[in-house]
Structures are given as structure tokens and as C-alpha cells.
Design a protein around this ligand. Structure first.
Ligand SMILES: O=C(O)CCC(=O)C(=O)O
Ligand SMILES: [Fe+2]
Length: 303
């Protein structure tokens, strides 16, 4: 009998951790040459019993956010109700209840099962390697290509993140055609923190996936305001999100107990372009804000 893509992907010899960290050309070749095999394998994996019982859909969103966003798509003049759900918790940093904590288990189970699927997945190695995470966008080598996940991710970026970003940060309009994302996991005694940095995004949406009762200590994110020099440490509760310009400096403080799981989503313009701080920008109307740009993925990935 002929082996399936899933079987072949599971059996394939993988680059070593050292090779991955050194980003050797052979590692790029490994992901590039097996791109279609892994895509087929993920499609096959979704037909297995483990994956079939979990469906990612709009029931994951917090009901208040979902209602406001769906109304804004129907009638963009009602977009103010979406904005009202976000609270400015630091200069230029907004917070909301993004996912419904009662539904989060579905997404966590799903991501846990993808990690156990034995199909090679590339962890994020931006500033540092995050072993518990995965690349989420199709532009990334070794991304999580499961079709159900991809449909959910594209919906999150197009129906939620982009219009919300345009509403809160009008200067990012036009620098928002391209999507990028990864998951991260902080764990005491493993990957614990991330030094102060800015993101190469126009805007970053960082959503916490911890389940209710899944406690951790430490692991706040410190934000730095370049104008006032103010510094605040913000903490995540299950399903809450922070959104900010990529240019706002931030730092992940050490986790001392437990685990924190987040997904980090970026928008930027073609070829990685981001707005210049304080540059003049054009105003657009609500109907344009609530639309999906025609631009296709340019394939550029910052890391
Ligand atoms: O710890 C966090 O949630 C933030 C992570 C972060 O800033 C990044 O991955 O760029
Ligand atoms: Fe960051």
C-alpha cells in the first residue's frame, strides 16, 4: 500500500535543533522542499479522529466583541460599539476580552493536538527561540497548515484584527495588507522571558490563551512610553488581548511558575513597510475600514 502524506511527513528526517538555531541553508531547503508534503499531511491529519472532534469557529470570540464586530460588518456606521470595548491601559496600548474563556479549551486542545501530530512544525525564532510555539501564517516556513486552523486564522486577521487596528490606529491604514503570526509559550525552567524590543509590525495583537484556573506567576509584559518615559507592567487574564503599534517597546518579564500561552499576530504593509511615527496619514471612511484589501500575500516574513 502507498504511504500517505501524513505517514511520510511523520517519518521524515528533521534538522537538528543546532541547525535550526543556526538557520543553516539546509534548514531553509528542508522547509521549502517539503512545503507541499506538509500541507497535504496537515489536511490528512484533520481527517483523523483526534482533529475531527474539534472545530474552530466564531464561538471562540467573546460574545460582546463578536456581536459588535458582526454588526460593524453589516453596518460600518456602528463601528463605535467595537471601539468602546477596548480600554486604553497604557499610552497607545488597548485591552479587551477577545476570546470567551469558556470556549478557549477548544483552541488550546486543538493547538496541543497539532503539537502532538508529529508533523514537523517550525517554532518561532525571532529574538529568541520559543520551543512551545509554532508559526501560523502561510508565508512562514513550517507553518501550521491545517485547513481548519487556517480558515479560523484568516477570519481572525481579516474580520477582526485589521478593521479593529484601523479603528484604533488610523495611521496604519495602507500598512496593513500583510499578515503574520506565531504562538508562544512561556514556562518556568524553559523559555521564560524576552528582552525589551519593538516589533517589526505596524500593529501587534497579542491574545492570551490560558484557561480559567490555569495560573502562572510573573510573566507580565512591561511597556515603555517613549514620550513620557512611563513604564507599566501589564498582565494577561484568560482570553484577554493587548493591541499596540509594533513601535511601542515592550519586554516579557520572567515567568516563575506555571505556563502562559499566547498568540501574537502582526499586520504590516507590502515588503514589511510600517508607518513612520508621527507622519501625516489619510483619513478613510467606516465602509473602507470594514473591508478586506485586494492585495495578496507578498511572501515576506520578518523571521
Ligand atoms: O510575552 C508576550 O506576550 C509578548 C511577546 C512578544 O513581545 C513577542 O513575541 O514579540
Ligand atoms: Fe514583541
Amino acid at each position: 500500500m502507498q504511504a500517505t502524506a501524513l505517514e511520510n511527513a511523520r517519518a521524515i528526517e528533521r534538522p537538528t535543533r543546532a541547525e535550526m538555531l543556526q538557520r543553516t541553508p539546509s534548514v531553509h531547503r528542508f522547509w521549502e522542499q517539503n512545503r507541499e508534503l506538509f500541507q497535504e499531511a496537515w489536511a490528512g491529519w484533520e481527517q483523523t479522529d483526534a482533529a475531527r472532534e474539534l472545530t474552530l469557529d466564531a464561538s471562540l470570540y467573546d460574545p460582546a466583541l463578536r456581536t459588535a464586530v458582526e454588526q460593524a460588518w453589516q453596518d460600518p456606521s456602528k463601528e463605535g460599539a467595537v471601539k468602546d470595548l477596548w480600554q486604553e491601559v497604557f499610552p497607545g496600548v488597548y485591552q479587551t476580552q477577545f476570546f470567551d474563556p469558556a470556549q478557549l479549551e477548544v483552541l488550546r486542545d486543538y493547538l496541543g493536538k497539532t503539537a502532538d501530530a508529529q508533523i514537523p512544525l517550525r517554532p518561532p525564532y525571532g529574538i529568541s527561540l520559543n520551543r512551545g510555539g509554532a508559526m501560523l501564517d502561510p508565508r512562514s516556513e513550517g507553518y501550521l497548515a491545517a485547513p481548519n486552523f487556517q480558515a479560523f486564522y484568516q477570519g481572525l486577521m481579516d474580520a477582526y484584527m485589521r478593521p479593529i487596528s484601523r479603528l484604533l490606529f488610523p495611521d496604519i491604514v495602507g500598512y496593513d495588507t500583510q499578515t503574520f503570526g506565531f504562538s508562544i509559550q512561556w514556562q518556568a525552567d524553559a523559555d521564560t522571558s524576552l528582552r525589551a524590543h519593538t516589533d517589526a509590525s505596524s500593529v501587534t495583537l497579542n491574545i492570551n490563551l490560558n484557561l480559567p484556573g490555569e495560573e502562572f506567576s510573573g510573566s507580565g509584559v512591561r511597556f515603555f512610553d517613549r514620550e513620557t518615559r512611563k513604564v507599566s507592567e501589564l498582565s494577561f487574564a484568560p482570553g484577554t488581548a493587548l493591541i499596540h503599534h509594533g513601535s511601542v517597546a515592550h519586554e516579557s518579564m520572567p515567568i516563575t511558575q506555571g505556563e502562559r500561552s499566547n498568540i501574537v499576530l502582526w499586520l504590516y504593509g507590502d515588503h514589511g513597510q510600517v508607518p513612520r511615527h508621527g507622519a501625516p496619514h489619510q483619513a478613510i471612511d467606516a465602509r473602507t475600514r470594514w473591508s478586506v484589501p485586494a492585495a495578496k500575500s507578498d511572501g515576506f516574513a520578518p523571521f
